[in-house]
Structures are given as structure tokens and as C-alpha cells.
Ligand binder design. Sequence first.
Ligand code: FES
Ligand code: FES
Length: 165
Amino acid sequence: MSMSVTFTINRAARTVELDDPRVTLLDLLRERLDLAGTKKGCDRGQCGACTILLNGRRVNACLALAISHDGAEILTIEGLAEGDALHPVQAAFIEHDALQCGFCTPGQIMSAVGLIGEGEAGLDPERVREGMSGNLCRCGAYRGITEAVVAATQAMGAAGQEDAA
Ligand code: FES
Ligand code: FES
């Protein structure tokens, strides 16, 4: 028996027929919707490579069953830039050389966007490191990642103040 689920993914409505209730959001994105920017590292919730925003909160897509999130709003790395304009977190990762092989990078960036949205870490590198600790980087690009997240937080805060002015 197949089941129909509908999501808003990167601001567009997508309906998918599921033949198997055990399909994860990660496999749905990568294998059914051609959104392969979200990476599969461990497939068991330990590396953060599959991080997406689900209703505005960061989650490991490998641990989330698609069927359980019918109607959810999903943002993946493919939906972050606005046309040619990079999201401030993407721009900061480039500016601060926050990647080497790049495999963990989509998850790092989505996690950073979530962390900044949570507003818990501010500009404190130690708290940023703690907030990003669920995202592993085999290349050890942690220093650049932390710098990029702090810089993006600052840039987004400055942008908010300009908007408010
Ligand atoms: S692939 Fe999901 S946490 Fe590693
Ligand atoms: S940049 Fe290679 S795993 Fe992080």
C-alpha cells in the first residue's frame, strides 16, 4: 500500500508516494527528489552530514521518517541561496576557508543556519563550537568553520540592524 506525503521543500510544494513507511527524509531527498546536496555520512545520527532544517529546526535527516513529517516545511542546502546571492553563512564559509573536501559542508552550513536562528551561541567561539559539535569534519576544518559561523552571525545581526534602521 502506498502513502502520499506532501512537504514544502525549499519553498515549493512536493507530493511523494511512499511505498515503504521506513523511508527516511534523507533517502527521500537524495533518491526521490534529486536533492543530493544533503549528504549521507554515517546514516545513524552520528556525523551531522545530513543536517536539514525541518520546520525551522535543525535535524539529522537520516533519523527522520518521511511519513512522520507529512506537511512539514523543509529547507536544504539547495534552497539557501536566493538566486545568485549566497546566504551569509555560505559566503562566510568561503571567506573563512571553512572547508577542505567539502563533504561535511552542506550539513555544517545548515547546522550553522539553525544555530544562528536559535540565538544561543552569539559571537562566543566556544559556544559556537559546542553548538556545532553534532557536525563532524573528517578534514578537521573546525577552526575555519567556527570563524565562519561567528562572522555570519555578526553579518546577519548587522543586516538586521540596518533593516530595522
Ligand atoms: S548521515 Fe545523518 S547523522 Fe550521519
Ligand atoms: S571538509 Fe572534509 S569532511 Fe569536512
